[in-house]
Design a protein around this ligand. Structure first.
Ligand SMILES: NC(=O)c1ccc[n+]([C@@H]2O[C@H](COP(=O)([O-])OP(=O)(O)OC[C@H]3O[C@@H](n4cnc5c(N)ncnc54)[C@H](OP(=O)(O)O)[C@@H]3O)[C@@H](O)[C@H]2O)c1
Length: 237
């Protein structure tokens, strides 16, 4: 498997449950990290934790609303200044607003769409100039089994993740000639703050590290191998 030492990895949604677990894992693996999500406080706490072992220059935090075109453009200008290039982008930013369609207003619909789909589009657009052609660069978009198996609880989320899946496949075809590999990771339920106070049996869910295992596997795949899609879900509990 490929070595992650000194690979520059951008993680969106980095302050979240899966994002922070991924940041910890990649930091130990020797990657150079750019961490981004909206909550500057949580991002700073994570960066301080990782930089605590004297590796401060290997972790950069840039807070941004990843659904805001101007903020994302500025984010990648900053990434370019600090790192010069990007080897991998992991899009984890996303949220769900469950509810009956009849009771859902358009602001919630757009919030779910923008956090899951627009954020991945904007980051993909702006990271491309920073990815060296034929260097084994990767984009990993974390969608969800909800984008493949509809549920009645969260139709907006199912729709947004299905769209993210298709965006990932079509974008992958566009960048294939540059040697950039694009992967969809579609997890089932994971025990993270994503669920808020919704009545879910957390003990029946995967852990964030279960998903991180899969992301790390994709990132360590040799450049001659393309992983298009992975589904993973809790089993036997
Ligand atoms: N947990 C699950 O059961 C599960 C299952 C399948 C797929 N997923 C997907 O996995 C990804 C990570 O989820 P998680 O479980 O780690 O949830 P989480 O703990 O709620 O983290 C989500 C992260 O996304 C960020 N985010 C959302 N909208 C954003 C925006 N507009 N701009 C910047 N950052 C934004 C949040 O940052 P701020 O709070 O700072 O805005 C947060 O850091 C999500 O895409 C989620 O849909 C989760």
């Amino acid at each position: 498997m490929a070595d992650l030492t000194d690979r520059v990895v951008v993680v969106t949604g980095a302050a979240g449950g899966i994002g922070s677990a991924l940041a910890r894992r990649l930091h130990v693996a020797g990657a150079r990290l750019v961490l981004t999500s909206r909550d500057a406080g949580r991002l700073a706490a994570l960066t301080d934790e990782l930089a605590g072992d004297g590796d401060g220059d290997r972790v950069t935090a840039v807070p941004a609303d990843l659904a805001d075109a101007a903020q994302v453009a500025r984010l990648y200008e900053e990434v370019g200044r600090r790192t010069g290039h990007v080897d991998a982008l992991v899009n984890l930013a996303g949220r769900s607003i469950p509810g009956e369609v009849a009771d859902t207003d358009v602001e919630d619909y757009l919030a779910v769409w923008h956090s899951n789909v627009t954020s991945a589009f904007l980051s993909s657009k702006h990271v491309l100039p920073l990815m060296k052609p034929q260097s084994g660069a990767q984009v990993v978009n974390v969608s969800s089994l909800a984008g493949r198996r509809p549920n009645a609880t969260a139709p907006l989320y199912c729709t947004a993740k299905a769209a993210l899946d298709m965006f990932t496949r079509a974008f992958g075809l566009q960048v294939r000639e540059r040697g950039i590999r694009v992967t969809t990771l579609a997890p089932g339920g994971v025990d993270t703050p994503f669920w808020g106070d919704r009545p879910v049996d957390r003990s029946a869910l995967m852990t964030a590290d279960d998903v991180v295992d899969a992301v790390e596997f994709v990132l360590r795949t040799p450049a001659r191998v393309q992983i298009s899609s992975i589904e993973l879900e809790a089993f036997g509990r």
